[in-house]
Design a protein around this ligand. Sequence first.
Ligand SMILES: O=C(O)C(=O)C[C@H](O)[C@@H](O)CO
Length: 256
Amino acid sequence: MPAPENRFKTRLAKGEMLYGCWAGFADPYATEVLATANFDWLVIDGEHAPNDLRSTMAQLQVLEGRHSAPVVRLAHGADWAIKQVLDIGAQTLLIPMVESAEQARELVRATRYPPQGIRGSGAALARASHFSAIPDYIGTANDQICLLVQVETRAGLAALDDILKVDGVDGVFIGPSDLAADMGFAGDSSAPEVQDAIQDALVRIKTAGKAPGILALDPATARTYRDWGAQFLAVGIDVVMLAQSARDTMARWRDD
Ligand SMILES: O=C(O)C(=O)C[C@H](O)[C@@H](O)CO
């Protein structure tokens, strides 16, 4: 019995268009509600949402067997953090602020058991191995890892061609907000210079045979990014959806 199939990785490799959403409440109940929308993937965000290992695991549990595949974003690509989140059952990781091929290679090694990598062997007590119910977990887990790196600075764009050559990187996510800020357009990813950089990056990622990813809350922008080659495309943030809907509702009655 091998490690569970990573459906997200399988669909990504087939070239399927995958629509996602950020899960930012850091709560399994909210993520379970979000999963009823049947997004293809949901980002359990450990960078900008108040997630910890327990809240991340609880969201992995509620997503088990659901259509929405979990993508776990870490605050930083530290090998110990990767080890812990893989052991609780994550199979697809999104790592921010990747700026070199060497950094990408280190991330690949951190996600793989030896000899391909340095992932520590704690499968005996790990949720990922179904608590040892998967006897061949260590021998089969590497193949089910999907590593998505975020390129979101000028340095990352300059290293993008080399990052794309790294085996084990399955996709590259362009972070529009951070890229805009690094380019001197903080808060404005619609600036022509940023848009040109995004288009160039998405085309390069696709041409290199990797999966291009990005986030856009505005449907017209999301369609543009899809036209430019985005394959895993996040089109919503749950926190934003609730906040905006609540404000609109009160505004409607305030002036009624
Ligand atoms: O730089 C970006 O944009 C991203 O990486 C996505 C954001 O972090 C996401 O939280 C939406 O703001």
